[in-house]
Design a protein around this ligand. Sequence first.
Ligand code: AMP
Length: 396
Amino acid sequence: MNILIINAGSSSLKYQLMDPETGVVSAKGLCERIYIDGRLTHKVGDKKVVKDIPMPTHSEAIQAVLAILVDPVEGVINSTDEIDAVGHRVLHGGMEFFDSCIINDEVIAAIEKCIPLGPLHNPANLMGIRACQAVMPNTPQVAVFDTAFHMTMPPVAYRYAIPTEYYKNDSIRRYGFHGTSHKYVTKRAIELMGRKEMKLVNCHLGNGSSLSAVKDGKCQDTSMGLTPLAGVPMGTRSGDLDPAVVQFVMNKYGMSADECLNMLNKKSGVLALSGVSSDFRDIEDGAAAGNEDCALALDKFAYEVRKYVGSYAAALGGLDCLVFTAGVGENSPEMRERICEGLEFLGVKLDPQKNAVRGKETIISADDSKVTVWVIPTNEELMIAQDTADLVKAAK
Ligand code: AMP
């Protein structure tokens, strides 16, 4: 099977052509500068081509992707008929979507209904969907939501303690994000552990970071909220803070709410604490060279992640399995060690030799650790391809 995976942004569109059974990617690439002029970067194995192609809308971007996929020289398929289905990444499924689904008119209307919750991403995702429908009207399209995995949370986890009208009228509640990644590593953890019945905490630690508490395969809580700003500090996002900080800063510096939120989303997190970079590699280098602000940024990040792991163990009533994934989680043995230091009381014991690993699916806990700790490299594209293939097969 060939699944085309589309991740449409406001002026960009990423794509991959993948076999959902093997996970082999035959081609992938990126359309940039849509609405401005248009540039396509297409990769097949190690070979890369860059072409300037006019892209006045997302439609021309999709057309350019399909054209290069079937190109006799650069392409990997003979005809677009060889594309069995398209899987679209959609940011916000609100309270409408509990799982991935085949796109029809009602689904499009429901994604539109979620625009107030994902005002930047959902319109772009819809443009990608509509563009594909226009150029490949007979190919099934599937929507995979970043929020869907977390929709099994109980009300104690997802309700905010604010007046009910905001929940009832405006759907203001915790949703959580990175759901496709949390779903993928949960599925892998269940396969690797050979059992579904377990208490699992996933740490997706990258430029954006979120944790999820999972019981018997179902999400019980997650650290991000109505938006991806909540939870642990991130590359440039503050994570959780007293909401009164917003009022204080707005009043003192004459900022608008948008300006203040921009500061919390783009100028905060470990970038602000370290004063050096949002990239954990730079901060680790800074700390190693004796920069105390960098050391504080790393300590703060590890401390907040550790607190979430502890609170989720309490919420789940125990912990069997702890998973690290995404850029930092997969590649930084130092950060994993910092986080796990102090979690011995929960039964978490890392094996320093096993932990000295980057980007490889493996156990990193000691043989006598009560909790099994894993590094599981995430693969959101494979999850999207598998969901898409499963739904399309089931509909036949
Ligand atoms: P992601 O958002 O999942 O792509 O993760 C990106 C982040 O992973 C980058 O900002 C880096 O800080 C971090 N990262 C990648 N490789 C390493 C590494 N070897 N050591 C520490 N951090 C890393």
